[in-house]
Design a protein. Structure first.
Length: 294
């Protein structure tokens, strides 16, 4: 990565890399900037991307879940009319959740003035969709395959919270298998091996210990990008469910379980073992609508 920066490779990269480099250059050395870029690349490509795939898969493979997510996302969509490129004007009419506030009852995509219907998914309101965030966390629980290595700095006795205790000697290396922790029925209940979309919805009757969920690690080493990753995936899923349908390609196995490629224990989330082939079909209900996030 040092050679990448010294050869000015970042000048032809994404806006994200450019912005990060511009912010870090005054305060970090070249070597530290290179290390930071490697870390971000691992987080985005090795974990966030496959995690996003599995969230999308779980949403679209279950029609009931898909319909529920669409209904909840629809409630935070702001609809207005704007000119040309869809970025609105002073006289745009706005409504939320499918109802115009100007009293019009007819659904238009483009009027005689060339104004288009613009639908905006408000990022600040994503937090008001508990099912969506529950789906993401349940995916991170159900599809976890990584490990959490820990080094004992002193002798310590640990209890499993049930009936057993263990003495860990100073200098020992512990490897915490997240898959095992996330499927422990003593913690998660009898349905620990099942995917439950609303498991993490606030008010759920099952109380989950805070340290039982390792989707973003834990303790001092918890992922600092947790909130960003959650909202990034939520925004992606929200836009997909409102704009398109995924139709499995004939002969590709449909929505059958594709399995997980667990050949790399360094990854927290992994790609599917089998390729999932689908056709991306625009929803006819929103044909001609201009979409954006804001």
């Amino acid at each position: 990565m040092e050679r990448y920066f010294t050869s000015q490779g970042h000048h032809t990269s994404s806006q994200l890399v450019l912005a990060r480099h511009r912010i870090l250059k005054p305060v970090l050395s070249l070597q530290d900037r290179a290390r930071a870029e490697v870390t971000n690349g691992l987080a985005i490509l090795a974990n966030t991307a496959p995690a996003a795939f599995w969230v999308v898969w779980h949403v679209f493979e279950d029609r009931d879940v898909l319909d529920r997510v669409r209904q909840e996302v629809g409630r935070i969509v702001v609809v207005e009319r704007g000119v040309g490129d869809g970025y609105g004007g002073q006289n745009s009419h706005e409504r939320e959740g499918g109802r115009r506030n100007d009293g019009e009852g007819e659904e238009h995509r483009e009027d005689e003035n060339g104004d288009k219907e613009i639908r905006t998914i408000k990022l600040a309101k994503l937090k008001h969709i508990p099912l969506l965030f529950s789906l993401i966390q349940e995916t991170l629980r159900y599809r976890a395959c990584g490990t959490g290595p820990r080094f004992a700095l002193e002798d310590v006795t640990l209890s499993d919270g049930f009936s057993s205790s263990y003495t860990i000697e100073k200098g020992a290396m512990l490897i915490l298998a997240h898959e095992g922790m996330h499927h422990d029925k003593r913690v998660w209940g009898d349905d620990a091996d099942a995917f439950v979309a609303d498991r993490f919805v606030p008010g759920n009757k099952i109380k989950i210990p805070g340290n039982a969920f390792r989707g973003f690690g834990g303790g001092a080493n918890m992922c600092p990008g947790k909130s960003f990753a959650l909202h990034e995936i939520a925004a992606l899923v929200a836009m997909l469910v409102m704009r398109v349908d995924f139709v499995p390609v004939e002969g590709s196995g449909g929505w059958s379980e594709p399995g997980m490629d667990e050949g790399n224990m360094a990854r927290e989330h992994t790609a599917p073992k089998r390729r999932v082939l689908v056709r991306v079909v625009p929803r006819r209900e929103v044909e001609g609508v201009v979409w954006r996030v804001g």
